[in-house]
Write a protein that binds this ligand. Structure first.
Ligand SMILES: C[S@@+](CC[C@H](N)C(=O)[O-])C[C@H]1O[C@@H](n2cnc3c(N)ncnc32)[C@H](O)[C@@H]1O
Ligand SMILES: Nc1nc2[nH]cc(C(=O)O)c2c(=O)[nH]1
Ligand code: SF4
Ligand SMILES: [Mg+2]
Length: 224
């Protein structure tokens, strides 16, 4: 059993990376110390117990807030039924989900027939069932002072790098050159905050390097 702090749980369409377009249940965990200046989920950063509240209040959220509920894997699975979700794909994101022991939750979900994906910055070792799809979005030189670890680079099924400037491409090249990095990992560039210049850089670099483009498609159509 492992108790997780959940900032949001909702059903939507995966908007990013390899599984773009697939209906998915998102579990957004609370807490992240990495400090990316352009992070689109800053409301998940704090781990202040003052923001703990009850499950129904969190599930009923209509806007971003620091409020979270605590639940173990069995409670989360029972909430899937209560919420009448249809998706067979589960995305565990955050915040930084690898701060938690995800072995009990990922194992239970895989045992129940779900496909499970985690979205992680690579700054903590991943504790998850080996069949979990790992989307690594590496974070280099951010304010929190964390480094990208070897283990997430090894486990990554896809490396989805947020980019706005050439230095981000250079950082990615350095990570791809590390001997531990999974040579089979698919490489995606994701423009930061839909900026025009970031998008141009991502498109041109994808064409030159034969990498893939990840747009945050949910933001273009205004869904969660
Ligand atoms: C909010 S993070 C949570 C999971 C984990 N902490 C991580 O960084 O991968 C989920 C994804 O959103 C990306 N992301 C966050 N803010 C973004 C932004 N403003 N523009 C583009 N991608 C962003 C992250 O790089 C990551 O791929
Ligand atoms: N639709 C949708 N797709 C996503 N893919 C990754 C997300 C994330 O915040 O981790 C995300 C998200 O917040 N919404
Ligand atoms: S690691 Fe992820 S959640 Fe944390 S600040 Fe960066 S983008 Fe946001
Ligand atoms: Mg998001």
């Amino acid at each position: 059993m492992s108790v997780l702090k959940v900032n949001e749980m909702f059903e939507t369409i995966q908007g990013e990376g390899f599984y773009t377009g697939l209906p998915a249940i998102f579990i957004r965990l609370q807490g992240c110390p990495v400090g990316c200046p352009w992070c689109d989920t800053k409301h998940t950063w704090t781990l202040d117990p003052a923001f703990q509240t009850d499950t129904q209040q969190v599930l009923a959220k209509t806007s971003d807030s620091e409020q979270y509920f605590s639940a173990d894997e069995h409670k989360l699975l029972s909430l899937f039924e209560q919420q009448q979700y249809h998706a067979r794909h589960v995305v565990i994101t955050g915040g930084e989900p690898a701060m938690y022991d995800l072995i009990p939750l990922t194992s239970l979900l895989i045992d129940k027939g779900y496909c499970v994906q985690i979205e992680t910055s690579g700054t903590f070792e991943i504790q998850a069932h080996p069949d979990t799809w790992v989307t690594l979005s590496p974070k280099v030189d951010m304010k929190g002072g964390y480094d990208v670890l070897d283990q997430p680079l090894k486990l990554a099924n896809e490396i989805k790098h947020p980019v706005a400037m050439q230095k981000h491409i250079d950082e990615l090249d350095t990570l791809l050159a590390r001997p531990v990095t999974n040579p089979e990992a698919m490489v995606y560039l994701q423009p930061i905050s839909q900026q025009r210049r970031a998008t141009e850089l991502a498109v041109n670099t994808c064409i030159n390097r034969n990498w893939r483009l990840s747009l945050q498609t949910h933001k273009f159509i205004g869904i969660d």
